[in-house]
Design a protein around this ligand. Structure first.
Ligand code: FES
Length: 232
């Protein structure tokens, strides 16, 4: 019997195949069912004799976007299409500070230069680097947050009324920079490498950073605001 795979080691493409159906499918992923095991079950129920490798090839055919756009570098809109916002002024519906890009399965966050970061100097810049928070030439900051909740894989949403992300499944709560605020999520949000050095925003969906731990007093980048504290 195959050894269950640690969900933290899955690639985003694997995770999208296994967890794309929401919380129930995500639970399968959490239990460590590999793509091959999943396929084996399907084959057993239907034909029973089809080779696993051919089914694997079939999966690639069924999910062409998983081996096409998603999983590699994706060029998004020109930077001007993503107006920046300071904490407290984000508006998902009006397109201020927070944007969903389906192609990259990510939220693109653009934080204004006046964002009140808790840390400063090299303490801040070192941490920002390690958490894929990229400073632009105008002093604003960008981050590409992967859409899957790091608890059990539900797609979380941005809530204007909370000025933060809230997962609809079990309530994990994340700040606008992806930092964990509360709930069962074992770490902060996962994020992709983002490049804003050219005219367009580019996200490398083949490079996932899933190592950002819960913040503490020495690693927190943004304080929780009063409106976020009341988010339920
Ligand atoms: S999947 Fe459980 S809190 Fe998001």
């Amino acid at each position: 019997m195959a050894t269950p795979k640690d969900s933290s080691t899955r690639t985003p493409q694997e995770y999208e195949v296994l967890a794309g159906g929401g919380a129930e499918a995500a639970e399968l992923a959490r239990q460590g069912l590999s793509r091959r095991q999943l396929l084996r079950g399907v084959v057993g129920l239907t034909a029973g004799l089809v080779g696993i490798e051919s089914i694997g090839a079939g999966l690639v055919f069924i999910y062409p976007t998983l081996v096409g756009a998603f999983g590699g570098k994706i060029t998004l809109q020109p930077k001007a299409s993503y107006p920046a916002a300071a904490p407290g002024e984000f508006d998902f519906d009006k397109g201020k500070g927070v944007f969903y890009e389906a192609q990259a399965k990510s939220y693109i966050m653009h934080l204004a230069p006046e964002t009140p970061w808790v840390l400063s100097g090299s303490q801040f810049s070192d941490l920002a680097d390690s958490e894929n928070l990229v400073k632009d030439t105008d002093g604003s900051y960008w981050i590409a947050i992967y859409q899957r909740c790091v608890h059990l894989g539900c797609k979380f949403l941005f809530r204007n009324d909370c000025q933060s992300f809230k997962c609809p499944c079990h309530g994990s709560h994340y700040n606008v920079d992806g930092e964990w605020l509360s709930g069962p999520a074992p770490r902060s949000n996962d994020r992709f490498v983002i490049d804003v050095s050219g005219a367009n925003v580019v996200v490398d969906t083949g490079k996932l950073n899933n190592t950002v731990q819960h913040p503490n007093d020495s690693t927190r980048l943004l304080q929780e605001t009063a409106i976020q504290t009341k988010c339920d």
